[in-house]
Design a protein around this ligand. Sequence first.
Ligand SMILES: [Cu+2]
Length: 183
Amino acid sequence: MKRREFVEKLGIGTVTVAAAGAIGSVARTASAKQTHDHSTLDGPMASATVVFGSWITDPPLDRFPNNSPRTANNHKLLPYTATIKAGGSVTFNISGTHLLLIYGDGTTLASITRTVVEATPGPPPFPGFINDPVNRIYRGLDPRLLPQDRQETVTFVEKGTYLVVCGLVPHFDEGMHGFVKVV
Ligand SMILES: [Cu+2]
């Protein structure tokens, strides 16, 4: 099905035309943002995979049937810098208790305000998460609610160098981070 047919079937086309006619280019921009982007992007830089924490195997680790020992997790982003084309995506392969935070072009670790939320005295105690929304383009799922090991795939529209950080307080404090370069 062609894109225009699809839009018309949904009845979006009529609304877009009416809105654009009434209030001009602002309405057109807003409606364009609400429509899914079905353009294509090819080549090896259309997407990348970043390991966001991984399990250590020296000494050997036995997680069966459901064991995620805090001390057996390697708090690294691999690669440290992933490069993709604008409009592409990065899949973060998350292993362990981590919170994915992504900040816009030019953000540094030092520029993030260390505001802590969700810390609980326990038992067991929980150290909480960093919550600084300034320049933040993405905050991932709460790792307390899920299987710890999961994937989150994020789209990057604008060119720039994005800072990727773990928002779990002790990991943030030790500097668990990397970058996504969008070219
Ligand atoms: Cu972490």
